[in-house]
Design a protein around this ligand. Structure first.
Ligand code: ATP
Ligand code: MG
Length: 417
């Protein structure tokens, strides 16, 4: 009985702890805000690109290309546009559906097409069909339900580099084979930069560039409005002053030498709030913010974006690389050493190690994602094996992030991925 009351006490005291957040998740990057200050023009341009769907439905397949740096509101704007546009279209009697695919998670053509099917809730058998078969099946069903689709392929740069240009053509030219078909699929491609598009042929590239919507980094006064909006939703009145919000906006604003990322600004506010909370105070101070700023750097943000999408064994491989780099203290390590450490890590976790070829595939895919750098010819070393390094720093931070993710993934994926 004593035990039960102890547990109750722990829970009660945790619940009674003071907090300055009324709704902390409203500061999370995936939360869709109720409005998007300073993205009115981008929303207008998107609307003008897809307006013909309402005027002359099915005449052509429309495609927009959204380009902008980290945290410039690309994902949020596309999602909100999709949500509102479909509702307006439905009021006008047109069955428009919006789907949003993250190409970080779904990296192959097959995964992307299947994700679209899944989000549209189309009854297509999952097994044994080729991509082309799934797509044709989908086009038929979409036809029979008289449906129009706007599909956003977010993090499209990853798709181009991992799936390759053939996969891109397959999507961009879906209707080339069927000139008489009603064009029901439309796309929004989101990318961080235009450089990855140069991998495509000039016709496709120039086609996409014609419908370009640029998302510029935010200036400090724009960030202030964004922070104000989100802080009002997430934090109790009086817990954060306007001066504090202004300070964060000045640190992050592009016009003041910052990255201009709303993601970074919101993360700083979140971490500062959490620090205040841990200290048991109801006010965010400048010191809390300064501390948070030192934690939130671009490479830390990239860490939080990329690593959670890796599979269990990809993470183990990456951990092996980090350990090897830490041990050697050199800029590059040999894949042979990495493999040895990987085997030891598998043993420690009690999982079956993947074969040599599979491990090599993980390394190739981590390199394509921009996490690894590799070199086959390191001066002054013998042998032909590949030398690898990681582009994220510092190693200790990367390692603890991997450990945190491995703990979670061990439960779900450890045995089968
Ligand atoms: N204009 C805005 N108003 C309110 N919140 C915004 C605005 N722009 C961005 N945000 C918020 O900032 C965070 C990052 O935005 P978002 O995820 O849309 O950026 P992104 O351009 O997709 O970045 P990335 O390239 O890193 O994916 C989200 O929480 C988003 O809601
Ligand atoms: Mg995004």
């Amino acid at each position: 009985m004593k035990l039960l009351s102890d547990i109750r006490n722990i829970i009660e005291s945790e619940l009674n702890k003071i907090t300055l957040f009324k709704s902390k998740e409203k500061l999370y990057p995936e939360y869709l805000p109720s409005s998007l200050p300073h993205r009115e023009n981008e929303l207008k341009t998107l609307t003008s690109i897809f307006k013909p769907i309402l005027l002359t439905p099915g005449a052509i397949s429309h495609k927009a290309l959204v380009i902008g740096g980290i945290g410039t509101g690309k994902t949020a704007t596309a999602r909100i546009f999709g949500k509102e546009f479909t509702q307006i279209a439905r009021k006008r009697g047109l069955n428009v559906n919006y789907v949003h695919v993250n190409c970080h998670r779904d990296r192959t053509l097959f995964e992307v097409v299947n994700e679209v099917v899944k989000q549209l809730r189309l009854p297509i058998p999952q097994r044994g069909l080729s991509v082309r078969e799934v797509l044709n099946y989908m086009l038929e069903l979409v036809d029979s339900e008289n449906m129009y689709v706007i599909a956003t392929l977010d993090e499209f740069d990853y798709f181009i580099s991992v799936a390759g240009s053939d996969a891109v053509y397959f999507l961009v030219r879906v209707y080339d084979e069927f000139p008489d078909k009603v064009k029901r699929l439309n796309f929004i491609f989101i990318s961080k930069s235009a450089t990855s598009l140069s991998m495509l042929d000039p016709t496709t590239e120039s086609y996409l560039m014609k419908n370009l919507v640029m998302f510029n980094p935010y200036s400090s006064y724009e960030l202030y409005d964004i922070l104000k909006l989100r802080a009002d939703e997430a934090i109790f009145e009086g817990a954060v002053s306007d001066d504090i919000l202004q300070y964060i906006s000045d640190v992050v604003g592009i016009d003041k030498g910052g990255p201009g990322s709303a993601r970074a600004a919101l993360e700083i506010l979140l971490i500062a709030g959490e620090t205040a909370e841990r200290e048991g105070v109801m006010n965010i101070s400048l010191d809390h913010v300064r501390k948070a700023c030192s934690i939130v750097e671009p490479s830390a943000v990239m860490l939080n974006d990329t690593l959670p999408y890796l599979s269990f064994h990809e993470l183990l491989t990456l951990k092996a690389i980090v350990i090897a780099l830490m041990k050697s203290g050199e800029p590059y390590v040999n894949t042979g050493v990495v493999e040895e450490i990987y085997h030891r890590l598998c043993e420690e976790c009690g999982v079956e190690p993947r074969k040599h070829t599979k491990l090599y595939e993980y390394i190739v895919s981590l390199r394509k994602l921009g996490i690894l750098i590799s070199s086959t010819a390191v001066k002054g070393r013998k042998g032909r094996s590949t030398y690898i390094s990681i582009s994220l720093a510092p190693l200790g931070v990367v390692k603890s992030k991997i450990d945190e993710l491995l703990k979670v993934k061990m439960v779900y994926e450890g045995s089968d991925s």
